[in-house]
Design a protein around this ligand. Structure first.
Ligand code: BGC
Length: 371
């Protein structure tokens, strides 16, 4: 299974290169957890770009790392790609080591960005530019650019999907529970804001009912976006609030949280007859298979090849003086500065459009989805 996922990720990374006009694709080492690639500079400067990623436990970050490495190496950069397995201190140490090892540029997808303020300052003092990847680096002026998806837009799209497809009315209300992301990740707050904007009117008029009352982000967040945590919370909610009535909607902020809810629902005896609507994010291979089988209703597809390519333009900007693509200079205030950003567009996918969007977009093949 792991081999297959890796093969899929490699294939995506190769596609990314083709999409970016790359010639011979270097093998992307998605599993690298440390150390230099050792790749010689093909044509570019040979400068060292260090990429700090949060975890290999979630498929999307494997794609991100593989895409970044492949696209940077294609341009002749040497890449030091490291994953910290959601261990905050491990990520701090990795970044310290990257600085000590003479990185020319740091690309960081933070676990807990508040914990990185000091190392970011160290990078700044050493003249090393820092780029925030997918997750905003908070409370620092050491960050030059931010490449991400429209994070509020992710929540908006999940919310719109629920409103348009769940069939809730005042006469036929539906029950809903929210499983949101990690409180130390700015993206989770933005997603929640986008989602609430859409569903609040239905909660207000009684079309949607949250029986646990856990509507505030303080009550429904999931530290480190952890699947087990979501499963336990869902189990608890089902036992305490849904003994006499079914839960109709699990509004999950990420596919991993959806899997956690699915286990809890199965454990509580839910079947096809009363299976709820379940949302997600990332369109992981497993989630897309679940969408096809009907176990998960929708997800948010984020083309990590595109994100990597936008981030690479930022690396080139800080290292070679090129002009990066920026399309947002307002939304991402990190508490110290407004970080110039490029927002890629997230796309809602369900059983009706996954073929066109995901297969058509070359992200997964029909064969991968059929395995
Ligand atoms: C990312 C999501 C991802 C989540 C959990 C967020 O910061 O934007 O795409 O699902 O982290 O890894």
């Amino acid at each position: 299974m792991k081999k297959k996922v890796l093969a899929a990720i490699m294939a995506t990374a190769m596609l990314a290169l083709t999409a970016c006009g790359g010639a011979a694709a270097p093998a992307a080492d998605a599993g690298a957890s440390g150390g230099d690639s050792g790749a010689a500079a093909a044509s570019g400067s040979g400068k060292k770009v260090a990429v700090a990623m949060p975890t290999q436990s979630s498929e999307r970050w494997m794609h991100d790392g593989a895409n970044m490495k492949a696209q940077l190496e294609e341009l002749g950069y040497t890449v030091d790609l490291q994953y910290a397995e959601d261990d905050v201190q491990a990520q701090v140490s990795q970044i310290e080591n990257m600085i000590a090892a003479g990185a020319n540029c740091l690309v960081i997808a933070a676990i807990d960005s508040d914990a990185l303020v000091n190392v970011e300052q160290q990078a700044k003092d050493a003249g090393i530019p820092v780029i925030a990847y997918d997750r905003l680096l908070m409370n620092t002026d050491a960050v030059s650019y931010y490449a991400t998806f429209d994070n509020k837009g992710v929540g908006t799209k999940i919310g719109q999907y629920i409103v348009e497809h769940c069939g809730a009315t005042k006469d036929d209300p539906k029950t809903i529970e929210l499983f949101m992301g990690s409180p130390d990740d700015n993206n989770a707050h933005m997603l929640y804001a986008g989602l609430m904007e859409q569903i609040q009117p239905l909660l207000d008029d009684g079309s949607l009912v949250c029986k646990s009352g856990q509507i505030s982000f303080e009550d429904n967040n999931t530290l480190r976006w952890d699947q087990q945590t979501a499963m336990k919370r869902c189990e608890d909610i089902l036992t305490r609030y849904y003994a006499d009535e079914d839960l109709d909607i699990c509004a999950c902020a990420y596919d991993g949280l959806s899997y956690g809810c699915m286990s809890a629902l199965e454990g509580a005896g839910y079947t096809d007859a009363n299976w709820p609507m379940i949302t997600g994010q990332d369109a992981e291979l497993m989630a897309t298979k679940h969408i096809i089988s009907g176990k998960q209703t929708m997800s948010i597809y984020k083309d990590t090849r595109l994100l990597a390519s936008k981030c690479v333009t930022m690396v080139q900007a800080v290292l070679e003086g090129a002009k990066p693509e920026i399309n947002d200079t307002e939304q991402y205030n990190n508490g110290k500065i407004v970080v110039p950003s490029y927002l890629c567009e997230p796309v809602a996918v369900d059983k009706d459009n996954y073929k066109e969007v995901i297969v058509g977009g070359g992200y997964y093949t029909e064969e991968q989805l059929a395995e």
